[in-house]
Design a protein around this ligand. Structure first.
Ligand SMILES: *Cc1c(COP(=O)(O)O)cnc(C)c1O
Length: 382
């Protein structure tokens, strides 16, 4: 007694991971001793994460407000930089108001916990992002998972559930993060109307890229005013970090009062808000970035298919190349790395078993030469 290591079970877990080719490690992106890799891994779709104008905006805000926000937005952490960002995002989203959160992950946890609880139900797509699933667990609501993109199956479940639950929420990624395809939002809006359900769309990968002015998948499919709760992140196209929820004034007031990840978590640093705000302005002033990343997406899909790779139907900057076995996905990544390209192997549990893949993530600032180099390095599918 007292001698045994209560964490000894971690060793077993590690061995299982390793044997299955599912081990993960943190890596410094730019190891000064290593080669510089062309980044086809980040979600920096508009090429703004390293834009000097974001750095300048952050610098100016740091001089004005200091670095840290100091507290939750409700206590003392809400600065002019936050207020301006929230107002601009609301205008951009054609929404009455926007609530800010420390990250996109926190936004989804918080909004779900504020909208549903025990006795309520959330209907989620099988490929929804982790934070939508964890949000339901945190809220204590029931979770019903429907097959990916399958609105007909969701309809049957809604019918079967009848009046069993108090409140119903349909929650979906707008653009699926590991596949790049869009949710069937027109059908989901119809179901939300027909079954008196709330509809939440997570636009993490849609913002900046899809729809008029980059307002996301809901705008692309013409239903943005029918989605009650639109969640976004500042960490992908907008090159910064932070999350937001756009919707009615009443919804946002409710979140300010009842979303735990807003109430009890420190606000993002004001320079972070200022950088995201600048990124939003740039994304609107420079629409070529959106066009460019879509063009690159079309080119990479077409050429890789021509080389025998399995690239599912989707559009936009996320190009999944399905290889199936996790070890093969790792092998593709190491071949690409040796040729100077960073492309992650995405394996279970991030994606379903048997669908391990290389996930190529394009950016408006990739050059034609870099993209040609990547396609050449992929070569023909063996
Ligand atoms: C990345 C991502 C998030 C989390 O956003 P962060 O700002 O990185 O926390 C949420 N939902 C989806 C679909 C994502 O891809």
């Amino acid at each position: 007694m007292g001698e045994a290591d209560p964490l000894a079970w971690l060793k077993k877990r590690e061995e299982l991971r390793r044997a299955a080719g599912l081990e993960r490690r943190l890596r410094v992106r730019r190891d000064p001793a290593g080669p510089v890799l062309v980044d086809f891994a980040s979600n920096d779709y508009l090429g703004l994460a390293r834009d000097p104008r974001l750095v300048e905006a952050a610098h100016a805000a740091a001089l004005e407000h200091g670095w840290g926000a100091g507290a939750s937005p409700l206590v003392s952490g809400w600065t002019g930089a936050h207020e301006e960002l929230a107002k601009s995002l609301a205008r951009f989203e054609h929404a009455e108001a926007v609530a800010l959160f420390p990250t996109g992950y926190a936004a989804n946890l918080g909004v779900i916990a504020a909208l549903v609880g025990r006795g309520d139900v959330v209907y989620g797509d099988r490929l929804n992002h982790s934070c939508l699933v964890q949000g339901v667990r945190m809220a204590g609501a029931s979770l019903r998972v429907y097959p990916h993109g399958d609105a007909a199956s969701l309809r049957r479940t809604l019918e079967r559930d009848g009046g069993r639950f108090r409140r119903r929420l349909i929650a979906t990624d707008g653009v699926f993060s590991m596949d790049g395809d869009l949710a069937p939002l027109v059908e989901l809006c119809e179901l939300a109307d027909a079954f008196d359900a709330m509809l939440l769309v997570d636009e993490a990968h849609g913002t900046g890229v899809f729809g008029a002015d980059g307002r996301g998948a809901a705008a692309e499919l013409g239903v943005e005013d029918r989605v009650h709760i639109r969640v976004g992140t500042l960490s992908k196209s907008l090159g910064s970090v932070g999350g937001f929820v756009a919707g009615s004034r009443r919804l946002v007031d409710h979140l300010v009062n009842e979303a735990p990840t807003l109430l009890f978590s420190t606000a993002m640093p004001p320079p972070v808000a200022a950088a995201a705000h600048r990124a939003l302005e740039i994304s609107l002033a420079e629409p070529w970035r959106r066009g460019r990343v879509h063009d690159l997406g079309r080119r990479v899909r077409e050429e890789l298919r021509g080389q025998g790779w399995q690239v599912p139907e989707s559009t936009g900057p996320i190009v999944p190349v399905i290889v199936g076995d996790p070890r093969e996905a790792l092998a593709v990544s190491s071949t690409l790395e040796a040729a100077g390209f960073l492309v992650p192997a995405i394996r279970p549990p991030t994606v379903p078993r048997g669908t391990a893949r290389s996930r190529i993530s394009l950016s408006a600032t990739h050059t034609d030469e870099q993209v040609s180099g990547l396609i050449d390095a992929m070569g023909r599918r063996a």
